[in-house]
Design a protein around this ligand. Structure first.
Ligand code: NAD
Length: 289
């Protein structure tokens, strides 16, 4: 397939490389990055011209809207614009509307799995958009990832992503504060893990990504909390969840509090650049007030 790939940063570059390695004709464009092994165009429109699928992997919804306005007129009817960035639901829907009005297919297909998953081709895609557009891009999802779930209409992929990550942010905070409480109650961390990981408090945060060093499976906690999944990326997703909750009039008190705590952690408490599970040493160092 002829593919345009716009946004070749930490995630986009390995995703594009996997598509090229599978034999697809990939033309990339990025304002700054110049990854090796990908043919580069001089503009987003040029990368998109003649492509059957254009994939974008960009920092935020505002940039996505600007790039979409440039590439949609350059794309041929029937081609699909597939955005894999994590952006706000409103931007995802607005871009899909513009693309469909121009006779294109449109998908919002954010990912989970991080840079490691992008390099290994084991991402999970959560996809909103038409069945026809999903079917067309599915073979590409299969190269870049291990699972693609068609979640529904435009915006449904972003909705699934932020709901999932809101749960993740909240459960990570709950897991970390519980470890810090257990410490102060004199409960051994390994015993805490042994009980909770097999009891009703279990979660992915506890069982697969335990925030306590030396306890449970290997995780960023065992590597001095180097990310992993950086706290500022968790904060981005939590803010998107609260933006969506505002526009949909949804009551999300735990999500709001998680967003507030990660804001403090990232902006005032040296959390930036640390894994999001470094909430544990944060709680450990604090008292009740
Ligand atoms: P990144 O900052 O490494 O890459 C973004 C790239 O977009 C950069 O190379 C930048 O130069 C380029 N860019 C910005 N504006 C552009 C424009 N107008 N035209 C062309 N290129 C432009 O970010 P990343 O880590 O690759 O993340 C990309 C997206 O994936 C984000 O939405 C992020 O939330 C999401 N995501 C990231 C991870 C992760 O672990 N890094 C995990 C899941 C989802």
């Amino acid at each position: 397939m002829k593919i345009g790939f716009i946004g070749l940063g930490n995630m986009g570059a390995p995703m594009a490389a996997n598509l090229a390695a599978a034999g697809h004709a990939v033309t990339g464009f990025d304002l700054a990055a110049r990854p090796e092994g990908i043919a580069m165009a001089d503009s987003a429109a040029e990368a998109a011209r003649g492509a059957e699928v254009v994939i974008t992997m960009l920092p935020n919804g505002q940039i996505l809207r600007a790039v979409a306005a440039e590439v949609i007129p350059a794309m041929a009817a029937g081609a699909v614009l597939c955005d894999c960035s994590t952006v706000d639901v409103d931007s995802a829907r607005a871009v899909a509307e513009q693309a469909e009005a121009a006779g294109l297919g449109a998908l919002d297909a954010p990912v989970s799995g991080g840079v490691g998953g992008a390099a290994a081709g084991t991402l999970t895609f959560m996809v909103g958009g038409s069945e026809a557009a999903f079917d067309k891009v599915k073979p590409l999802f299969d190269i870049m990832g291990q699972k693609a779930v068609h979640c529904g209409a435009p915006g449904a992929g972003q909705a699934a992503k932020i709901c999932n990550n809101m749960i993740l942010g909240v459960t990570m905070i709950a897991t970390c504060e519980a470890f810090a409480l257990a410490d102060k109650l004199g409960l051994d961390r390994q015993k805490m893990f042994d009980v909770v990981s097999t009891s009703s408090g279990y979660s992915w945060s506890m069982n697969a990504y335990c925030p306590a060093p030396g306890v449970g499976p290997k995780s960023p906690a065992d590597n001095d909390y180097k990310p992993g999944f950086a706290a500022e990326l968790m904060l981005k997703d939590l803010r998107l969840s609260q933006q969506a909750a505002d526009s949909a009039d949804a009551d999300t008190p735990m999500g709001a509090l998680a967003s507030e705590l990660y804001t403090r952690f990232v902006e005032d408490e040296d959390g930036r650049g640390r894994d999001f599970s470094a909430m544990l040493p944060r709680f450990e160092a604090r008292g009740r007030s």
